[in-house]
Design a protein. Structure first.
Lengths: 212, 212, 212, 212, 212, 212
């Protein structure tokens, strides 16, 4: 009961893995994802501000670090569900909201309840900070699915996720930071490629050749 | 598309873990749980039949091996949710049913769809086989929570799960197999205890004493 | 001592992994394997019955769910041994049998010993149910080895296992369910392929192209 | 090269585990730790602000989310080293600083280098935000060591870590948020206790007793 | 084929875990065990030599580093089997020997075959080096079982293993190094104990007390 | 305190993983690496002796089994650091040396301290045994990086490690054992290749073809 339970629950997010069930070379917990989204949002905000947009940093950080806290209650079920049947997304949102409200009522001391209602509310609104969060969330998803495909995951789901993530990012292309991403970061990512096995032979021959 | 996808999905159940997020010493996948429930149901049916009850074995096995297949679509979210807010259970049941129906329509060839609708339907009905499934499911849960408490898990959730599981089992005490469980198996489990660390000193002294 | 020990031992099968030592992208426990073989046997039996063959479902389920229980005593050593030196297989079978018999004598109450001797006896006999078990066991092995090769496992052992599994399946081609597998499921599996890394570039360009 | 490498490196922090080598029941990555510290700092800042202290939220979030990024270069080596030989801490700080500077020069575009030098600089200064970070970092460490002791870890190192963490927190007791922690959160934590195994017997008897 | 296969097989020993199936808090691979046994044998030999015994160090190291290589072929099955049914040990030894001989014939170049036959032969003979190996092997087993009991493993098997290991060590008590172990190392181990949870309360109160 | 702590610390090396942070398909602990390097050094020494070189086997084994013990204190940080900034290597060596010296003073009984100073000193000197250690260490690193590339790891770091390892090995090409490695083992390794996915189709068609 109380903040102790809230602090303890943070550790539970280390044990909830994204996209459960599907084979992955690399697992990502909700805790790690939240960390990465916050760091990505930090960079996107920096670019945006550099171009003259005014950023409310407190709001941006609040949205980013808290955006998946409700998965504590339901697990990361939305991704596979969302792709399979968009009409169910709404149902789950309601469940999450109810459980979040109950959690605040039970665990957060009264004087902070209003604040935590704001902190745990849906962050992806139409403000610049809400948009940056939406983009940062998708960039991390893009990296996750890119990583799987690049490592050789044969599951087409990851190509679908990659596609969905990139398509969503582009929907925000009026943002300076999205333009920056598309012009500077995505090309670097796409250039990366894989290491064909034959490379080992080439490198070996090259090194062995030098010895004579 | 088709049975190949169905066969592949069985492997996804190896990667969906029960009671996600909560710290556990030992993880159990939905695939493993289904295996254990089927083996437990097999024993319970054997006891029941030995006492003269007629068992429809085909039905019993069908119910046991398939009883959690729908978790493929939603993950194992019901347990924590159920304990926190029973009123949400219904909502999730609907989601599972819809997704199961869609899966059958998409992946199972038409000539077998009726059969798989039966196989994937809720197994815990009022038949003797449905009751044995309900008991076997709770016995495995009892063993899971017992194992955590015995290993020293400080999380009170596992005591609550143990309590809930045993209480449910007792609700079926008119069954011969439940009586057998309460009289012969549960006492053996409860006798097991822990190994106090001081035991090492005692054993060591005993062995060292013999050497002189 | 007693059924409690038997129930507890089921959990040990969650910790015995198939083909130990060899590098794998995805590990499979004996418990999970037993689950999958039972589900596959269920489908094969369904096909067979649909073609008019009479299936003794109780026997089929018994054979499938119990077929690897003896690995509890010896671990999954037979696979690598079998492929390397077929003459040793017999030796291990004897060890397994002795240990199984001892286990039944020690743990299973007298009134159920005869039943468990049947349940734990070798299931792959010449009955239709024994043949379906043999095929289901090999189909799961085929999927395991297929999964490794598809994910890029360079170990030739998995190609050998794949080859051995498919060759064994074909030996049962007089069964309707094997014909169904060869005509409908295997082609779907082979079509699946891999996702070449270049696909990411193509997808990205396609999405980026649409934005202008 | 560039921000792509920076984004990719975030994932490396998911694979760097705290206090390497020592046996732990529960591993914590640097990524997860950073997430938790940021969430804890968020709460501490909320308490502090509620008591009238002015918080620069942007600074607080920047300090919290970035505070262990340099461990990317060196791993989490400081903890065991620090406890064993405080005089070595300085050496490692230098190495971290040099490597961080090199990373910024190589990967961060020139226009953002000054900002990232600030973001990656040591956060635990004498500002209120620096103090909150110091406290939040130790609270997470307190929870990590508490969790190990509570689960039965016999390694005295964790008691030493607990002691060191709590002693450091108390050094900041002039802060409202530290007082709040000591008065409201720590007592809740200490009350939690363990579940003695005998509890299972008691619960079982209670449930079984009710059935007659 | 050849030494490349031999080198590759070393890595397989990283994936073969000791005492498979049984729940453990900490897993130990055959590769790690071989490393530890060699380090322990090094210390025991040092003690023995310090007391004037002549040690053939080459032989001691050969015996220690190679003593479990044959488990590559059969896995670590002997431990549970040995404890359950000693009469089966002989059977497995034969299998291991045959497989080792085949491996040498197939993979080791002719000019080194005689040497590898010596290296891979049973090391626990009546020489001082053979005895030190026997003791070192049991000391590591003692530490493994001690570690499990100390961490709270309720499985009595580990107490039996501890007992068997210590009893075997004592059988070699005429060795100086065993006397050293019994007088200097074992008492340190037994003193270690566990950390009762109440210690946290005591430490916390002590620290909190100092603050006023 | 004392040898008990030394023996316990061996197990910590099972939990320190090489090249932390970077994604790997297969993790290798320092304990496993030490085992493999000792086995490789054993083979290299055998080849060298076979060609008439005199090997001090005790020295060779001492160097091999102990060569990474100091990583207990610092973790495996040198590899990534070394590749990024060679000038930092020296700093870390100093830290390791100081910590090793302190460990010996604290834990090793006085009569054995001189011996353990020798055992824990840098082994890669100009003696034939020091050179064999240097080569064996790099051969294991070569296998580790080869394994990652062969399994499809897209991280160029592993190609750089492979290159660095092979280049170092060649620097010792005056050794008979290095010549043996380059002529007999490396070609076998390079021949191994990958299994193109199309192989499955070919094998399947071949087997299916035979059935008619």
């Amino acid at each position: 009961m109380g903040i102790h339970n809230y602090f303890k629950s943070l550790s539970d997010l280390e044990g909830i893995f994204r996209c459960p069930g599907k084979f992955k070379y690399q697992e990502h917990s909700v805790a790690s994802h939240s960390f990465k989204v916050t760091k990505i949002a930090q960079f996107l905000g920096t670019v945006e501000e550099h171009q003259g947009t005014q950023i409310d940093w407190r709001t941006l950080y609040e949205k980013a670090i808290n955006h998946d806290y409700a998965e504590l209650f339901t697990g990361d079920i939305k991704t596979p569900v969302k792709y399979a049947m968009p009409e169910l997304k709404e149902l789950f949102s309601q469940v999450e909201e109810t459980m979040t409200r109950n959690f605040i009522a039970q665990e957060i001391p009264e004087e902070f309840q209003a604040i935590y209602e704001r902190l745990f509310s849906e962050g992806k609104d139409d403000s610049i900070e809400g948009k940056i969060l939406a983009v940062a969330d998708k960039i991390d998803l893009l990296y996750e699915s890119f990583g799987e495909i690049q490592k050789g995951n044969p599951e087409t789901l990851f190509l679908e996720i990659y596609e969905e993530a990139l398509s969503t990012i582009i929907r925000y292309q009026e943002l300076h930071c999205v333009q920056y991403f598309l012009e500077n970061i995505l090309p670097e990512m796409l250039e990366e490629g894989v290491i064909p096995y034959t490379q080992i032979n080439k490198v070996s021959k090259h090194i062995l050749g030098k010895k004579q």
